[in-house]
Design a protein around this ligand. Sequence first.
Ligand code: URA
Length: 241
Amino acid sequence: MASERLDKILVSQGVATRSGAKELIRSGFVSADGYIVRRPEEKFDPESTEIAVRGMPIGYRKNLYIMMNKPKGVLSASRDSRSSTVIDLLPQELKRSGLFPAGRLDRDTEGFILITDDGELAHKMLSPKNHVYKLYEAQCDRELSEEDVRRFAEGISCGEETFMPAGMELTGSNTALVEICEGRFHQVKKMFHACGAEVTALRRLRIGGVNLDESLAPGECRELTADELREILSKNRRISL
Ligand code: URA
């Protein structure tokens, strides 16, 4: 990795603001491989240099990958002047500039949302061409049947829109798992609506090969493990068509 200014490294890791980072460095609180550095513009390769603030290594990571269990009522956006967003819910130790939710869940949808600062991975995860499936649990206002499963598997047209074939598995009289790889605006709700059913609750359970960690309460989050990061772009389906 290329060398970067020391103050920029601290800012990228959420340690301090740009002016705060300069202050910390000039005050002699920051070391690189054990040596105090007092010039904010001095450059280091953050992947091969141990950078520490007040003797504590900052634990450099180029990108963050965070699994959040999004609660209802919160926007999947980076910033909003009126409503709270998934970024607002991040704990202080995971906050840093450049983080955004990869994809969108409706305000009233719960479940797995990935928050990252890796634009390339987010693009791969979201592009329908890449066939990274997302699994939802939907509750509807009427009984669901094998006829709905058949219609989803054929692909659904709704007004001007046509959705790709989607897997559905009935799990109760009015609940089902639904698997899609497109992620268009209100997609699951529109697909059910086209079949004469309204979605009354929606929760995302899985992205690619990674399940939502059920130990996360709504609003809680944690970083993906190395195994999960390898699996997040998996093209495997849970439900075969
Ligand atoms: N489909 C929807 O209708 N809403 C979501 O939040 C996600 C998928």
